[in-house]
Design a protein around this ligand. Structure first.
Ligand code: CO
Length: 287
């Protein structure tokens, strides 16, 4: 508030790029592009949002992952996932699936609808070397299991991971993740404002998916419009103020791992040798 050294500001502003993934799903890639290849510990952010079934019907048939976590947050639509370990379920609007791929699995993510709106995000979170070969794990939450708080007038925050005041998100409830993630879905009415204190040392970004939001204060204030991502830096206190149309955004933060990244498609390891091993293990059916 009064100490400007603690105020976060937008150090980079990037727009998502149209991309296609899976069997031809059209989406917007925001992290994982040539503009913003990663933001340690985040490796990728995709927004999918469309009313056109032809954009999503092909889905994401069987594909592997190893060495990181995939976080799917649905806003609209239904998606069925199933993996080669026998796990299966349907993601509904407002639900979150935080999947720790660890040593590896093969799964599919397919739309559970033939028409209507499909909207949400998939975020990839890196794992530290010590956890890359852990057993795969799911943390899956229904909308009812994710608490909403109203920390200021006209501000509603869904706490998916991390804390807002006394409210903790259900993901990594025991706080054991090396990246200590924060994932908030924030709705601001027109003109509403709120200030949030990030954990010290985290890398962080805001991504506006409706309306626009001013981030930072005074001469450092910068507007983040719809479908824009603002990389945050310079301090822990994130001051948000919605524009005339209000704003919906995600605020995501994590402790950087500062480890070498060897990455190829769905495998994210520390060395080239570990990547080669991942291919060999997949071919030998060891996922
Ligand atoms: Co996947």
């Amino acid at each position: 508030m009064s100490n400007p050294d603690r105020n976060a500001r937008v150090t980079r502003l990037v727009r998502g790029m149209p991309a296609s993934d899976g069997a031809g799903v059209r989406l917007t890639r925001v992290i994982g592009t040539s503009q913003l290849p990663d933001l340690d510990p985040f490796l990728m952010l995709d927004e999918f949002g469309t009313d056109r079934p032809e954009d999503y019907l092909a889905g994401f048939p069987d594909h592997p992952h190893r060495g990181f976590e995939t976080v799917t947050y649905m806003l609209d639509g239904r998606m069925r996932h199933s993996d080669n370990h026998g796990n299966e379920g349907v993601l509904v609007p407002g639900s979150v699936q935080w999947m720790t791929a660890g040593r590896g699995l093969v799964h599919s993510e397919m739309p559970e609808q033939l028409e209507g709106r499909m909207r949400g995000f998939q975020l990839w979170v890196n794992l530290p070397a010590r956890d890359k070969m852990c057993e795969p794990r799911y943390q899956e939450f229904t909308p009812e299991q994710i608490q909403h708080v109203e920390p200021a007038p006209g501000v509603v925050v869904k706490v998916i991971a991390g804390r807002v005041g006394g409210t903790a998100g259900p993901v990594y409830g025991a706080g054991e993740a090396a990246t200590a993630p924060v994932y908030l879905d924030i709705a601001l009415e027109a003109g509403a404002s709120w200030q949030y204190g990030l954990p010290t040392g985290h890398n962080a970004f805001v991504y506006a998916y409706e309306g626009g939001v001013q981030v930072g204060e005074h001469e450092h204030a910068r507007n983040v419009g719809a479908q824009e991502l603002g990389v945050l830096g310079g301090g822990e206190l994130v001051a948000l103020r919605a524009g005339d149309a209000g704003a919906r955004l995600i605020l995501v933060a994590g402790k950087p791992l500062r480890e070498p990244v060897a990455r190829h498609g769905p495998f994210v390891m520390n060395t080239r040798e570990e990547l080669m091993q991942a291919f060999a293990d997949l071919q030998a059916g060891r996922f």
